[in-house]
Design a protein around this ligand. Structure first.
Ligand SMILES: [Cu+2]
Length: 127
């Protein structure tokens, strides 16, 4: 019975510690907070291209922002990740998505019919 009580006390103390740690982070300001979480990339999608069409990122969570400057919808899909759709943008939209990747060489493309064939593909090097 006393063991259970000890464990509960410990959990409460740990939770309070975590809250303090988070508060401490906030006091340091926002600079670098986004970068620490992973790598962020901004791509322009036009009719029919990606700019840039070659990306590199450290392994982990990779953030892709897709700015659609074209006249039709475009997607950012990673072939080796089971054709996972990372982000979709309609014309004039800028949307952001994330994908978790291990080290390797990946191919990304737009899966709107005909777009990949028209040139909407590129490579993503994850190290
Ligand atoms: Cu497209």
């Amino acid at each position: 019975m006393s063991m259970r009580q000890t464990r509960t006390t410990w959990l409460v103390a740990a939770t309070a510690g975590a809250a303090l740690a988070l508060a401490g982070c906030g006091d340091n300001g926002d600079d670098g907070a986004a970068a620490a979480d992973g790598d962020a990339h901004h791509l322009e999608a036009g009719d029919m291209y990606f700019e840039p069409d070659a990306l590199s990122a450290p392994a982990g969570e990779i953030e892709i922002t897709l700015e659609n400057v074209g006249g039709v919808e475009h997607d950012f899909v990673v072939e080796e990740a089971g054709d996972e759709l990372v982000v979709h943008s309609d014309p004039g939209e800028t949307n952001t998505g994330t994908i978790e990747l291990e080290a390797g060489t990946y191919t990304f493309y737009c899966d709107v019919p005909g777009h990949r064939e028209a040139g909407m593909e590129g490579t993503l090097e994850v190290s």
